[in-house]
Design a protein around this ligand. Sequence first.
Ligand SMILES: C[S@@+](CC[C@H](N)C(=O)[O-])C[C@H]1O[C@@H](n2cnc3c(N)ncnc32)[C@H](O)[C@@H]1O
Length: 271
Amino acid sequence: MAPVQTFAGEVADNYAKHRRGYRPGLIDYLASTFGLGPHSRVLDLGCGTGQLTIPLAAKAGAVIGMDPSPDMLALAGTEAANVTWVLGSDQQVSSLDSLLGKEGLDVVTIGQALHWMDAAQLFAALMPLLRPGGGIAVISNGTPVWIQETAWARALADVSRKWFTNLSFPTCGCSPSDRARYRILLGEAGFTVEEHAIDYTEEFTVDEVIGSFYSAAPLERLNPDQRAGFDADLRSALLAAQPDGRFVEDVPVRTLVAHRTQQVTGSAPRH
Ligand SMILES: C[S@@+](CC[C@H](N)C(=O)[O-])C[C@H]1O[C@@H](n2cnc3c(N)ncnc32)[C@H](O)[C@@H]1O
């Protein structure tokens, strides 16, 4: 599990302001493939500041947004009356059983967050919570900027390497091999899995690129007196790599759609 301080303070602020949202086409697809409607109950696990939770709420009867970071939840939008925000991690999902009852959920969405969780244990824990025909959507909403191949993205990675020692550049569950592993684990847990793809391009300003990067960067590792230097270095490297200030990004959105088709056997009667 991610330490709570990973998604806190300035990172959480930048997440709420600058992190990419989810395309309406994806929300429509999820609603249609899982047959969402006013009767549906959805759990958005690792919901962060609610980028996925809020649009899903427009398609469902009730949504739970669950996340272990108080700072992320504090910034989640309050505009949807049918969302309940819950502080908790993948380790607590089984406790929802006593609140919702067996098969009390139609869909569980996990957007850009499964890499923080114990996927095998989670999928097994979710199976009895889901109604037959319901399922799980594991979504990677683009590629982390530090592993993109454009000149400006490489400049960003180079500047970061210079300022942070031993910086890792994780794939955050977005690589084909990450998805292949999740697919196998979903299959082993008894789900039937298919993959859905949306590709689009998006253009950003330099402030948006920096804000989005700061929603993931370990800024707390810089001393306060280094910070202004890093900000300036990053901005100037980005603009040197992209002098017209138009930062275009290819955004591959990949969703593993896992349906629960089997009956759970041997479950204890409820008292
Ligand atoms: C990259 S953000 C994704 C947020 C949101 N789903 C989105 O797509 O914008 C990852 C989120 O996972 C949460 N997280 C970290 N560890 C978790 C865990 N063990 N269980 C559930 N959520 C976790 C973090 O607090 C963070 O809000």
